[in-house]
Write a protein that binds this ligand. Structure first.
Ligand code: SAM
Length: 345
């Protein structure tokens, strides 16, 4: 009944979500995925949007317990791409057909509002039709405003977990309220905003996951990134168990049903967990893929978790691999900007 309810009404209470997560059977999961796929098709047809991902710096001032590029990990070889190198990645990405660039990094304050603003303006001057997505973590309100004024369109900032206790345990250098305040500021400024969370974090309960979905329903983001937690041995959580494929797919499907017009990537972390993880996510309601265009020379240094896929690949390898995967899974690649349904309507 809950499966039909969420399909028909795009809503469930937190208590209902917890009940569903506690009692879901393999057969229920298949029904859930099929409802999520039909809902995705209602809003976006069979299209899968591509985003060219540029991981431009692995230097980070934060110390998130799960993350391989946390400040305390002295074993990472750190790198920073210059604005010229980032522009070079955009040139390659543009030629490969991408019309959204995601600029992602650790929280690296070397990239001031001025440096990033000039970079964004130059990208927009060269390629006026592209969308620029930033994923650079927490900054001052004025910085978010000036980057938006420079031409940034979207901002990804996963809320990571919507449970305060769990959030504070995992983020010794950050505050729960700040993260959520950033998301609401970004939305007020006019960005298309992406939130999201990890599945299978140590100590995470079904109630925590239900709270993630409740929070997402409340803020109704344009984009929702959901991926499994994957342990990294050089972090304090290195010996913990990671999230599972099934649990992550269930959360992707529920996110599609509860926030039906959102853009949901089939994440690289899911592709790392299982060779078919991204295809399964597309069949469970995801509609975005983020092929990497980071230069091959530094890719392996952006190791948020271990065994991350595509480390030796070149941008063109990822482009054609992704195209083949989309087609083999029965979907259509769309190289447009791919704005969210709620933003476009
Ligand atoms: N610094 C920016 C921020 O905080 O939004 C963007 C970069 S951050 C490294 C990108 C995302 O990586 C995080 O939001 C987190 O969910 C994910 N991540 C980090 N470590 C991970 C791990 N061990 N397993 C899975 N995902 C991880």
């Amino acid at each position: 009944n809950l499966l039909e309810k969420v399909y028909q009404t795009n809503s469930l209470t937190k208590v209902e979500i917890i009940y569903l997560l506690e009692n879901i059977t393999p057969e229920d999961r298949e029904i859930l995925y099929s409802h999520a796929l039909k809902t995705k098709q209602k809003y976006y047809g069979n299209k899968v949007f591509l985003r060219g991902l540029i991981e431009f710096s692995n230097i980070c001032r934060q110390d998130c317990l799960y993350c391989g590029i946390r400040a305390s990990n002295a074993k990472v070889e750190r790198y920073r791409l210059t604005p010229g190198e980032i522009l070079g990645c955009c040139d390659i990405g543009y030629d490969l057909g991408y019309r959204t660039f995601v600029l992602q990094s650790g929280e690296d304050l070397w990239y001031t509002a001025e440096i990033l603003g000039a970079l964004i303006q130059e990208i927009k001057k060269r390629y006026p039709e592209v969308a620029i997505t930033l994923s650079i973590g927490e900054r001052r309100v004025e910085t978010y405003q000036s980057l938006f004024a420079s031409g940034a369109d979207r901002f990804l900032m996963r809320h990571e977990t919507a449970s305060k206790d769990l959030y504070e345990k995992l983020h010794p250098t950050m505050h729960f309220e700040d993260r959520q305040a950033c998301l609401s500021t970004l939305k007020d400024i006019g960005y298309q905003v992406g939130a999201g969370f990890m599945v299978g974090l140590p100590g995470q309960t079904f109630a925590d996951l239900a709270e993630d979905l409740r929070y997402l329903s409340e803020i109704s983001p344009d984009m929702i990134g959901i991926g499994p937690f994957i342990p990294h041995s050089e972090t304090p959580l290195g010996t913990e168990k990671g999230g599972t494929l099934e649990d992550t797919l269930v959360m992707v499907a529920l996110a599609r049903l509860l926030i039906p017009g959102s853009l949901i990537p089939a994440t690289t972390a899911l592709g790392t967990l299982n060779p078919q993880g991204r295809e399964l996510a597309l069949k469970a309601g995801a509609n975005v893929l983020m092929p990497i265009i980071t230069p091959t020379s530094v890719r392996k240094q952006y190791a948020l978790y271990e065994n991350k896929i595509c480390g030796d690949d070149k941008p063109e390898d990822c482009r054609y691999c992704i195209e083949r995967r989309i087609q083999a899974a029965g979907f259509e690649m769309d190289l447009g900007r791919g704005d969210s349904w709620q933003f476009s309507s």
